[in-house]
Design a protein. Structure first.
Length: 242
């Protein structure tokens, strides 16, 4: 994972509410600071986030990428396929999403595609009528993946399952901790030690509440060089945050 990531990059998570949107914004901010033209695509927005903002609203506020789009929005906070069914709206079609993302890849250096919930959440339907997931989208796009994980108890199992599912599909992936606590406990340090070989970043808890200018200046310090950051010494990072 030494080279910088280009083209389509999927941002998924071990679960819902792990910090995918803020991590997406941090990667976008770091890549733009490095001179890249960045797009952020949210295939399916189900329900509104805190304060009634969509995920793309949050990304725009924090990082202001060149392009930021939601392909389909549904009112209920459910898995996108279920949300479409409940609202009696057309479900996302896999290859239509693939075409939309590829069109943005032609115009941008980096296209971040933020999923919904975890890796295997049903997103929509294939032309055959069978459901597809974020994992299927990663395979169809030949994309690398960022897995956003929690720092606390339970994260090792959830992260390992997500990474194993990606590896079985030949999708290369790195892990970003979505919210490192201001006062980490033993469990956080032990989890960090276990996850370190796969990690490409860690965001401080509350990063999404920062002033956008502060967020954009700080983001490179949370990410490793493959994600256009400057974090290359985890020991120094640990000393600074402890």
């Amino acid at each position: 994972m030494s080279s910088e990531w280009r083209g389509p990059v999927l941002v998924t998570g071990t679960d819902t509410d792990v910090g995918k949107t803020v991590v997406t914004a941090a990667i976008a901010a770091s890549a733009q600071a490095a001179g890249l033209r960045v797009a952020v695509i949210k295939p399916g927005q189900a329900g509104a986030g805190p304060g009634g903002l969509s995920d793309i609203d949050v990304v725009n506020r924090l990082a202001a990428p060149a392009t930021a789009r939601t392909l389909a929005a549904y009112p209920d906070p459910l898995a996108p396929l279920a949300a479409a069914r409940v609202a009696e709206l057309p479900p996302l079609e896999l290859y239509a999403v693939v075409d939309e993302v590829r069109a943005e890849v032609e115009k941008h250096d980096l296209v971040l595609v933020e999923g919904a919930g975890g890796l295997l959440v049903p997103m929509g339907l294939r032309p055959s009528g069978s459901p597809w997931t974020v994992a299927d989208l990663a395979v169809s796009l030949d994309a690398q993946a960022v897995v956003v994980a929690r720092a606390g108890l339970g994260t090792l199992n959830h992260t390992a399952l997500t990474l194993e599912a990606l590896d079985r599909r030949s999708v290369s992936a790195g892990v970003v901790l979505g919210a490192w606590p201001p006062e980490p406990e033993l469990v956080h340090w032990e989890n960090l030690s276990e996850l370190l070989p796969t990690m490409v970043g860690a965001l401080p808890d509350g990063a999404g509440s920062m002033d956008p200018g502060v967020f954009q200046r700080s983001a490179p310090g949370w990410l490793t060089p493959p994600l256009y950051g400057v974090l290359d010494d985890w020991r120094t990072w640990a000393e600074e945050v402890s």
